[in-house]
Ligand binder design. Structure first.
Ligand code: BG6
Length: 494
């Protein structure tokens, strides 16, 4: 698919996401000569900035990310693509002026992508106003809308939002973004699984004991108190990013990498996840909130002391879950997911634990217990694929240890590409394979909805954990006493 010139209209252009991700990603696409000529970026923001101020702001955003790689010549070219448009996105007047600006064919490409980096509460209204001003009219070029997560607040609100926006847009025009799908190592999960013939025969309930997916952060809520307190870890990370990782690790091979095939398989897995009845929520989900503690040696506040957080907040900053997939491949293999802010280490990993080998072979030796094999997929910050095997220790005795086969995929001179670069380019190409279809979002909400509802009702107790720790004691989730959270990518001695 070829990228076509387009006008990117960024709603919320002065906000955090645009600053740290979108503008740097667009600049890096320009560095890589991936932005078709004629591509323009129209930034929409409330602040009364003129063009000069906007250019200097964008320059700061880009320099902060590119650091020593900042290229004055490319930035000059990039700056020519930029324009600032002041307006309040809930004010109808903003849209007539926007329509007028965009009607200048000498300046703006006819294809338009609207990137909504705004409060989810405003999605519906903004689309209505865009539609009222004929900005979704495709007579002269395509119109695509990129929507940031969370798509809805629970199952009902996601359906209501979908119903509302489908008045204005077709499914083909909607790009629901989950930036995890743009991460190189996340895409590598598919290649690792489906381009290596030795894995498929063992990738199932006959060989795999359980799977863990961990996303932990050292950071806290970083000034996003208002949003975070209404979302919490379950909605913010688990319903979206972690369930997406789960689908990629567990889905059946798709017919092709084409969007619908891929999404069909992801939906099939989500549909096969055993629903959690309200009365079983405590056995399947756990929540916690960070108290004060130390992260990287520095003392940090607890969640309740963060700005804009009510003193009696019950919002979880840690959420963990056990899921079961009731299909032929996975029945009986528990999948554990956990995510938390202010934890001991920042990392995202998928850890696949294999069953114990039969041990009779070792019965007259000093080997009484052999470690299970693991496959470890490090998503970030360390991108790696490791297969842990048991080997004999050198020497006269029959002793074993764990050795790790490393199939990490990036050489030192190969730079990591930010997820947003890949996804912003896919929008220009019209490739929706790494964006979510509504039924994916809907089934993901179905899975977490009983937990969302139960936690909303039960407002008397939430476990706490010291900032800088691995989270609260939630071992009640584990199906077997031998199961524990795996936090490291190097062999763990038992
Ligand atoms: C976002 C969440 O979607 O993902 C944040 O809203 C979280 O709370 C972030 O910190 C994590 O993304 P990444 O790419 O830094 O792992």
């Amino acid at each position: 698919m070829n990228a076509e010139p387009c006008t990117y209209v960024i709603f919320g252009a002065t906000g955090n996401l645009s600053r740290i991700k979108l503008m740097p990603a667009l600049y890096h696409l320009d560095v890589a000569n991936q932005l078709p000529s004629g591509t323009r970026i129209l930034a929409l923001g409330r602040r009364p900035w003129d063009q000069e101020k906007w250019l200097s702001e964008v320059r700061d955003m880009v320099v902060a990310k590119a650091k020593d790689d900042f290229d004055e010549v490319v930035f000059k070219r990039f700056a020519e693509r930029l324009q600032y448009h002041q307006g309040d996105i809930v004010d109808p007047a903003c849209y007539s002026s926007l329509a007028e600006v965009l009607s200048d064919k000498t300046k703006f490409a006819r294809n338009i992508a609207f990137y909504l980096s705004i409060s989810p509460a405003d999605f519906g209204r903004v689309m209505e106003l865009l539609s009222n001003n004929h900005l979704f009219n495709e007579d002269e070029g395509w119109r695509r809308v990129i929507i940031e997560k969370p798509f809805g607040y629970d199952l009902d609100s996601a359906r209501a939002l979908q119903k509302r926006i489908s008045h204005y847009l077709t499914e083909e025009q909607i790009y629901r973004i989950d930036h995890y799908l743009g991460k190189g190592m996340v895409q590598n999960v598919l290649v690792f699984r489906f381009a290596n013939v030795m894995l498929e025969p063992i990738w199932n309930r006959n060989y795999i004991d359980h799977i863990q997916i961990t996303h932990s952060e050292e950071l806290g809520i970083e000034g996003r108190g208002d949003y975070y307190n209404s979302a919490g870890a379950l909605r913010d990370m688990l319903q979206s990013h972690l369930l997406q990782l789960l689908t990629l690790v567990t889905m059946e091979p798709p017919a092709s990498m084409e969007a619908e095939s891929l999404r069909d398989e992801k939906v099939k897995v989500l549909k096969s996840i055993r629903p959690i009845p309200r009365e079983a929520v405590h056995g399947h989900a756990f929540r916690g909130q960070y108290a004060s503690g130390h992260v990287k040696g520095a003392k940090v506040n607890g969640y309740l002391q963060e700005d804009n957080i009510p003193a009696d907040s019950m919002t979880e900053t840690y959420a963990s879950m056990k899921l079961n997939i009731d299909n032929w491949r996975w029945r009986g293999v528990p999948i554990y997911l956990r995510t938390g802010k202010r934890m001991a280490k920042a990392q995202s990993t998928i850890s696949i634990c294999f069953k114990h080998p039969p041990l009779q072979f070792f019965r007259d030796t000093s080997v009484h217990c052999v470690d299970q094999n693991w496959i470890l997929l490090g998503i970030q910050p360390e991108e790696c694929i490791r297969i842990e095997m048991t080997v004999k220790e050198p020497g006269l005795e029959m002793k074993t240890r764990t050795s790790s086969l490393d199939a990490s995929f990036r050489n030192e001179d190969e730079k990591a590409i930010d997820a947003y670069e890949d996804l912003l380019l896919d929008v220009l190409k019209g490739d929706r394979s790494l964006f979510l279809r509504f039924d994916e979002v809907e089934y993901a909400w179905r899975i977490v909805d009983p937990i969302v509802q139960t936690w909303a009702d039960e407002r008397d107790y939430i476990a706490t954990y010291p900032a800088g720790s691995w989270g609260p004691e939630d071992s009640r989730l584990f199906e077997k006493s031998a199961h524990t959270w795996r936090s490291s990518l190097t062999p763990e001695c038992k």
